[in-house]
Design a protein around this ligand. Structure first.
Ligand SMILES: NC(=O)c1ccc[n+]([C@@H]2O[C@H](COP(=O)([O-])OP(=O)(O)OC[C@H]3O[C@@H](n4cnc5c(N)ncnc54)[C@H](O)[C@@H]3O)[C@@H](O)[C@H]2O)c1
Length: 427
């Protein structure tokens, strides 16, 4: 029987380490159960069920535990897991801290609502676990800073769950933009259509006895229970997230931050609507971010540029020699009035992803941070939070990128972090 240290050495040796190189399928079958990465999934409803499927499909991984504070969801997911991984014992937990106590677990994934992301990840790092955590990175700016500090302090691996990052399309868009063929990019227009719903005016109820509502609220303020506040539609409440805007930002802003690595954010201004119903996240948001030599716009309606109205989400890069429009799966480049899907003369320079979860597993073994690593994810997510703050205050805000503070605006700076409810301020 291998000890934990033997197993870690084995995993390191079998990991190819570099991005784009994966273990051959024939080798997968030779990986004994005792040599596999042992994974636990925390928050196993919608996205958590995808985590279960994706990781169960990786033969170097064994899922050993699931956690959800809703007993019904936990039990249903344990059943699903039996089918995904027949014959392997998977324990169910209602409190993720018991998972963190288990020394035999190497990795956790987290698909709780946003207001739990940072605490789960930081406590997992402290407990010696690597983390595959869902987007958006954190609930507020300070939590993202704390996550990065903890990752570095405990020397852990983190991948943000922006699965589209792994697509060939995104890799190719980055190569095309970085090739300089569309020239110097001075403007990017991002959009996501669709409003955040208002959810009506539900009446307060007693939470079901099978659901630990107090823990679900966690660091957020105490609030009346009604089902609309919780599973799935939590994202339309400011106490937990920021509506459609916060939900989709990471998916499409990713392509801009990867291609251009914008630096020196100077100002942000956002406007938006409210739903007028119980859900208080913005119904829609239009925002403008000014960087050194680059403006990034976010709108809810597609911008008035060719190809935008056919896409419900997208990015439009405007360079001084041409433009490029893309969404998750498609792209087209326009130079001198000629529009093409690809430019054959631009070489493939970025190693393709072996898959977003496999990339993370490879990183856990090699100890080389993955593609959607925490430092990158934090830079990419930060402007989304600043846009929300500008929307809340209804004014343009000046930003000191070096200090990560608003300039001369105490009220705005106070919104960079939220005081956690004492009982659930865990780290
Ligand atoms: N990458 C993507 O494309 C994508 C798509 C959907 C959702 N997401 C992200 O996944 C996360 C979850 O979204 P969802 O739609 O599945 O939400 P959901 O509300 O359906 O599921 C969240 C689950 O987490 C559980 N939970 C809450 N706090 C917990 C805690 N402290 N410990 C254990 N369990 C806890 C809830 O009981 C619930 O079952 C969000 O951060 C969301 O942004 C990502």
């Amino acid at each position: 029987m291998m000890t934990k240290n033997d197993r870690r050495d084995f995993l390191k040796k079998t990991g190819m380490g570099t991005l784009g190189f994966t273990i051959l399928p024939s080798l997968y079958n030779k990986v004994a159960a005792s040599d596999r990465l042992r994974v636990a999934h925390i928050g196993v409803n919608g996205m958590g069920n995808n985590h279960m499927k994706w990781f169960a499909a990786i033969p170097e991984v064994e899922t050993v535990a699931l956690c959800d504070l809703d007993e019904k969801i936990l039990n249903a997911s344990l059943k699903t897991m039996e089918g995904l991984q027949p014959g392997v014992e998977v324990k169910g937990y209602s409190d993720f801290r018991h998972i963190l106590d288990r020394k035999d677990i190497d990795v956790i994934t987290c698909a709780t609502p946003d207001h739990w992301h940072a605490q789960v990840a930081i406590m997992a790092f402290q407990a010696g676990k690597d983390v595959y955590g869902e987007k958006p990175l954190s609930y507020d700016v300070k939590e993202g800073q704390d996550m990065l500090k903890a990752l570095q302090q405990y020397n852990k691996i983190f991948q943000l769950g922006t699965q589209i990052h792994a697509t060939d399309n995104y890799h190719r868009v980055v190569e095309l933009v970085q090739s300089g063929m569309i020239g110097n990019v001075h403007t990017v227009r991002l959009w996501k259509t669709g409003f955040s719903p208002g959810l009506g005016f539900p009446k307060a109820q007693t939470p079901p006895s099978t659901f630990n509502y107090d823990m679900w609220l966690g660091p957020a303020p105490v609030a009346d229970y009604f089902p609309e506040r919780c599973h799935k539609s939590y994202r339309y409440f400011l106490d937990y997230s920021g509506g459609v805007y916060a939900d989709f930002w990471c998916h499409i802003a990713d392509i801009v931050f990867w291609s251009l690595q914008p630096k020196g954010l100077k100002s942000v201004v956002a406007k938006g609507g409210t739903t007028g119903e119980i859900a208080d996240a913005p119904k829609w948001v239009d925002a403008e971010f000014e960087y050194d030599g680059l403006k990034i716009f976010w709108t809810t309606d597609p911008p008035n540029v060719p190809g935008a109205k056919d896409r419900h989400i997208g990015a439009y890069f405007e360079g001084d020699k041409g433009t490029l429009i893309c969404d998750y799966n498609t792209r087209s480049v326009t130079i001198n009035n000629e529009t093409v899907e690809d430019l054959k003369e631009v070489p493939l320079t970025i190693p393709r992803s072996p898959g977003h979860q496999q990339n993370f597993v490879d990183s856990v073994k090699s100890r080389i941070q993955p593609e959607s690593n925490l430092a990158y994810a934090r830079n990419m997510t930060l402007p989304m939070h600043l846009g929300l703050i500008s929307w809340r205050l209804g004014r343009k805000l000046q930003w000191d990128a070096g200090k990560e503070l608003f300039i001369g605006d105490k009220e705005a700076n106070s919104l960079l972090s939220r005081k956690k409810r004492k009982k659930w301020d865990l780290f």
